[in-house]
Ligand binder design. Sequence first.
Ligand SMILES: [Mg+2]
Length: 173
Amino acid sequence: MSKFKPTKYYKSIFDVNFNLLKNEGIKLIACDLDNTLVPHDVALPDKRVIELFRYIKSLGFEVVILSNNKEKRVQLFSDELNIPYYYSARKPLKKAFKRLLHDYHLQASQICLIGDQILTDVYGANGMHIMNILVEPLAHKDIFYTKINRFFEKKVIKSLSKRGLFKVGNYYE
Ligand SMILES: [Mg+2]
């Protein structure tokens, strides 16, 4: 069950303590897109996201988008922020995480993934021993596949909270 427990848990990506991540030796932030940065039906980054990325970069982090969504969606969004992206990543599978480590010549311990889904983002990163941050989804509308994931996610959360490992809304860092 502990493979489903996020390393850190914040209400949103805008609440994350990036200075702390810096002190913890993180060099690269890999960001999920849909419902982490904007709702899944919003095509472009808003002002808040643009400012957040400017801030993250100013702290000296590398930053990429790591999304399971299709190329067109992820490219349009990432180009607007002028940052590299990985699309159709198929999280929680390890392939995209391995590519990321390879492309940036980094150790797993130097990367932090931020996302809104336990079954893809948290479980995938934990499988690679990559630090991960769970945030609440920005919108409660999901695409079909995510709806299926959310169904199982609820069961996982129930099981985690039974073991005292995780409780919705009990944020920690
Ligand atoms: Mg997401």
